[in-house]
Design a protein around this ligand. Structure first.
Ligand code: ATP
Ligand code: MG
Length: 593
C-alpha cells in the first residue's frame, strides 16, 4: 500500500531543490549540455531565417523579375534547411547520449545504495518498489533529459526570437495575433489539470498492476496448486482495465488539447490575415511582410504547444527524481565505524552479553541473551520455532544492530569491526538457501578470486558429495537458473554448504543446514563436518537432535530466552525442555523404525 501511495505524489513541475540535485548529476556532462542547448538554439536560428527569405523573394525578386536573386534565395533556403536538419540530427544524438550517461550514473548510485542497506530496510521495503526506482523512475527522468530540458531552452529561445521578429515586422499585427494568447493559456491550464490527474492515475495503476504480476508469477505454483487461476485472472483483468481507463484519460486530454489549440491558433492566423489584408490595401505593410508574418505565426504557436505538452513530463520527472533521491538519502542503518581495526583472521571467540533485540519496536525477540563461545567450540542451538535462533545468527554477522547489550567477536564489539572483515570470517549456511543464476561453480566461489578450483574440489571431496555434482548434467558448469530452480532443495543446501566451507571461515554458522537432506547424505556430511569444524568455532541450529550429537554444548532457547545450556548428558539429567524434546524425537524414531 505504501508503494502505491508513494507513486501517487505528483510534484511541482519545477522544484529548485530537486533541480539543484539533478544538476549535480548533469554537471559532469555540462559541456555536452551547453553544446546541445547551443545546437538547439542554432537550429532555431536557421528556422528563423527562412521566412525572411520568402519575404525578400515576394517583395523584391518577384516584382523586379530578378530570377538570379530568386535562384540565390532558393539556394540559401535549401542550404539553411539542410543545415537545420543536420544540426537537429547531431542535437538528438548528443542530447540522448547525455541522458543515457546520466541514467547510467544514477542507476549505479541507486544500486550501490540499495546494496549497502541493512536487512531492516528490506524488511519494510517491497522489492517491487526498488525495481520501479531503478528502472521506471529512471526512465521517466530520462525523458526529461532527452526531451524536456533542451527542448524547453530551444522553445523559449524560438518563442522570444519569433516575438522580436513579429514586432519588428509589424506591431499592430503582432498585437492582433497576441490577442488569442489568453485563450490558449486558458486551454493549457485545463489541459494541465486534466492530464495531471490522468498521469497520477496511470502511475498508481501501473504500480498496482506490477506488484500483482510480480507476486502472482513468483507464487504461481501455489496459484496453480490451489486452482486460483480463474480468480486471479479476474483480478488481473480488473487492474488491467483500470490501467486502460487511466491511460485513456490522458490520451483524451491530449486528443482534445492539440486540436483545440490548433483551432485557436488557426483562428488567430485568420484574424491576422484579415487585419493584414487591410494593412496591405492601405499600404502599411508589404505583401511579403504579411506572408512572412503568417509563416512566423505558424512557428510561434509550435513552441507554445510543445511547452504545454512538456509540462506533464516535467511534473512526472520531478516526482520521479523526488522518489529516487529519497531512496538515495535513505540512511544506512548499519554503517562501518569511522576507524575499523585492520583486516584480520578472527580466532573465533564469540560473546553475547545481555543482548536485547527487537525487529519491531515494542516486540522484543531476544531478551537478555548472554553466552560465551570459545574458539574452536561446537555449540548447538535448539528450541521451538520462532524462539529466536536464526535471529541470534543474524546478529552475530551484524545484519541487524542490537538495541541493548553487546556482541563481541574476539573481544571486539561487532560494531567496531568493518562489516566486510567481520563477515569474511563467518561462513553461513542459511535456513533458506539463496542461489544465484549462474553455474554451480560460480555459486560456490561467488566470484571470489582467492578460491581456486582445487579448493572447491577439495571441499566437495571432503564433504563426500562428489556424486551429487556428478549427477548434474554438466557437473560444476550446470546452469542453475534463477534462485537455483533446477536443483532440489537438498541439493541447494549442499551447494551452499560447499560455498560456506570454500570461503574457509573461522566461524561457521549452520542454520538448519541439513534440514532438507536425506538421512544417508546427512550422515556423510556429519562425518565431514567433524573434520571441517576442527579449529573453527561452529554454531549449529538444528531441529533434528541427531544432527548435534557432536556438539560440545547445547543452548536451548525458548521465547527469546536461554532456557537451558550444557552438554547432552547434563541437559538430559536436568529433565527439562531438552529432555522432553529428546524424548519426543527418540520415541518418534522408535515408532518409525
Ligand atoms: P525457526 O526454528 O522456525 O527457524 P527461529 O528460532 O529461527 O525459528 P527467528 O527466525 O529467530 O526464529 O524468529 C524469532 C521471532 O522473530 C519470530 O517470532 C519471528 O516472527 C520474528 N521475526 C523474525 N524475522 C523477523 C523480521 N524480519 N521482522 C520481524 N519479525 C521477525
Ligand atoms: Mg530459524
Amino acid at each position: 500500500m505504501a508503494e502505491i501511495l508513494e507513486e501517487e505524489i505528483l510534484g511541482k513541475a519545477y522544484d529548485s531543490r530537486l533541480a539543484k540535485r539533478l544538476w549535480g548529476y548533469l554537471r559532469p556532462y555540462r559541456k555536452r549540455i551547453f553544446a546541445s542547448v547551443g545546437l538547439s538554439m542554432t537550429v532555431a536560428c536557421f528556422s528563423l531565417i527562412q521566412p525572411l527569405l520568402v519575404l525578400h523573394a515576394i517583395d523584391h525578386s518577384i516584382p523586379n523579375h530578378d530570377f538570379r536573386e530568386l535562384g540565390l534565395l532558393l539556394l540559401v533556403f535549401f542550404i539553411t534547411m539542410c543545415l537545420e536538419y543536420a544540426l537537429q540530427f547531431a542535437y538528438i544524438l548528443l542530447v540522448n547520449s547525455t541522458g543515457q550517461h546520466v541514467m547510467y550514473d544514477l542507476r549505479i548510485a541507486l544500486f550501490e545504495r540499495i546494496q549497502q542497506q541493512s536487512l531492516s530496510f528490506f524488511d519494510r521495503t517491497p522489492v517491487g518498489r526498488l525495481m520501479t526506482r531503478v528502472t521506471g523512475d529512471i526512465e521517466v527522468l530520462n525523458e526529461l533529459f532527452s526531451e524536456g530540458v533542451t527542448l524547453i531552452f530551444g522553445s523559449i529561445f524560438l518563442f522570444i526570437g519569433i516575438l522580436a521578429i513579429l514586432v519588428w515586422l509589424s506591431l499592430p499585427l503582432t498585437l492582433t495575433a497576441l490577442s488569442i494568447l489568453p485563450f490558449i493559456a486558458l486551454v493549457s491550464r485545463y489541459f494541465r489539470i486534466w492530464s495531471r490527474e490522468g498521469f497520477r492515475a496511470v502511475r498508481t495503476r501501473i504500480a498496482k498492476l506490477n506488484s500483482f504480476l510480480q507476486e502472482n508469477v513468483t507464487g504461481l505454483q501455489t496459484v496453480q496448486a490451489f486452482v486460483r487461476e480463474e480468480r486471479n485472472l479476474e483480478k488481473f483483468k480488473q487492474l488491467n482495465w483500470d490501467h486502460y481507463e487511466a491511460n485513456m484519460q490522458t490520451i483524451a486530454a491530449y486528443a482534445v488539447f492539440f486540436p483545440v489549440v490548433e483551432i485557436i491558433s488557426t483562428l488567430g492566423i485568420g484574424l491576422v490575415l484579415w487585419a493584414g489584408a487591410y494593412q496591405v490595401f492601405a499600404g502599411a505593410v508589404t505583401l511579403g511582410t504579411l506572408v512572412a508574418f503568417i509563416e512566423y505565426l505558424f512557428k510561434f504557436f509550435q513552441p507554445i504547444r510543445e511547452l504545454s505538452a512538456q509540462y506533464g513530463t516535467l511534473q512526472s520527472a520531478m516526482a520521479a527524481s523526488e522518489r529516487i533521491f529519497k531512496l538515495l538519502d535513505e540512511p544506512i542503518a548499519i554503517a562501518d565505524p569511522p576507524a575499523p581495526h585492520s583486516v584480520r583472521q578472527a580466532k573465533g571467540q564469540i560473546e553475547f552479553e545481555h543482548v536485547w533485540f527487537e525487529y519491531n519496536p515494542g516486540e522484543p525477540v531476544l531478551k537478555d541473551i548472554s553466552f560465551m563461545i570459545s574458539p574452536g567450540e561446537r555449540v548447538a542451538f535448539v528450541g521451538a520455532t520462532g524462539s529466536g535462533k536464526s535471529t541470534v545468527m543474524s546478529l552475530l554477522s551484524r545484519f541487524y544492530d542490537v538495541q541493548k547489550g553487546s556482541i563481541r567477536v574476539d573481544g571486539d564489539d561487532v560494531r567496531n569491526w568493518a562489516q566486510s572483515n567481520l563477515r569474511r570470517n563467518i561462513g553461513i549456511v542459511l535456513q533458506d538457501v539463496f542461489l544465484f543464476s549462474g553455474s554451480v561453480l560460480d555459486n560456490i566461489t561467488l566470484g571470489n578470486p582467492q578460491i581456486q578450483r582445487s579448493d572447491v574440489d577439495r571441499v566437495i571431496q571432503e564433504l563426500g558429495i562428489q556424486s551429487v555434482i556428478d549427477r548434474l548434467p554438466k557437473g560444476y558448469f550446470t546452469e542453475l537458473g534463477e534462485k537455483g530452480r533446477v536443483l532440489s532443495v537438498g541439493e541447494r543446501q549442499l551447494i551452499s554448504f560447499a560455498r560456506a566451507l570454500a570461503h574457509d571461515p573461522s566461524i561457521l554458522v549452520l542454520d538448519e543446514a541439513t534440514s532438507s537432506i536425506d538421512t544417508e547424505t546427512e550422515r556423510i556430511i556429519q562425518r565431514a563436518l567433524l573434520r571441517f569444524t576442527e579449529g573453527r568455532t561452529s554454531l549449529i541450529v538444528a531441529h533434528r537432535l541427531s544432527t548435534i550429537q557432536n556438539c560440545n554444548r547445547i543452548i536451548v532457547m525458548s521465547h527469546g530466552h536461554i532456557a537451558e545450556s550444557g552438554s547432552h548428558e547434563e541437559l538430559l539429567s536436568k529433565r527439562g525442555i531438552y529432555y522432553r524434546l529428546y524424548e519426543l524425537q527418540y520415541k518418534n524414531q522408535e515408532s518409525v523404525v
